[in-house]
Design a protein. Structure first.
Length: 176
């Protein structure tokens, strides 16, 4: 007896965060493997954030609408991950005066150096703070975002201090 194919589920879009402090955006779904580390780090620090996929080249209007919307709901910092031409962080920085941290993706062409060079070559007046390529950059973008927020939020400052203390405790004095 032939089985009926299960009906396709409609893909749900993620719920909007009520009051995100950090907006995390990436240029394509494939960037999530790296950018999830930024979201996970912010989650550990209990910092509300919102994650989205918007392409600077393929969905520019949607990107700009999202930036304005998430900023209107409280975002104070943005993290933008992109590869290749890596225009996304620059478009975010051109749209908001809030801090923008760029996370270069590892690429096949130059291992991510193409992304780094694209991000650091911003014109004067449109700053993007560029982090390391890949996972380390995503984690550090989240920690740098937390440090910015900690300047005016004692709860976040304590969470950052605890994260750093836990990180220090995790380093053994001698090899196992």
């Amino acid at each position: 007896m032939a089985r009926k194919a299960a009906p396709k589920r409609a893909r749900r879009s993620p719920a909007k965060s009520k009051n995100p402090l950090v907006g995390i955006v990436m240029g394509s779904q494939s960037d999530w493997e790296t950018m999830r580390h930024a979201a996970d780090t912010l989650k550990k620090l209990r910092i509300p954030n919102e994650v989205a996929v918007h392409s600077a080249h393929r969905t520019p209007e949607r990107l700009i609408d999202w930036i304005k919307d998430v900023e209107g709901r409280g975002a104070k910092v943005f993290i933008a991950g992109a590869g290749m031409a890596a225009a996304l962080p620059g478009v975010v920085a051109a749209t908001t005066a809030k801090p923008v941290f760029g996370c270069p993706m590892e690429t096949r062409v130059m291992g991510g150096m193409d992304s780094v060079l694209s991000m650091v070559q911003m014109p004067g007046g449109i700053p993007v703070g560029v982090l390391a390529v890949g996972r380390a950059g995503a984690v550090n973008a989240a920690l740098l975002s937390a440090a910015v927020l900690a300047l005016t939020d004692d709860k976040i400052a304590k969470a950052v201090d605890k994260f750093r203390a836990d990180q220090t405790k995790a380093v053994p004095r001698t090899p196992n």
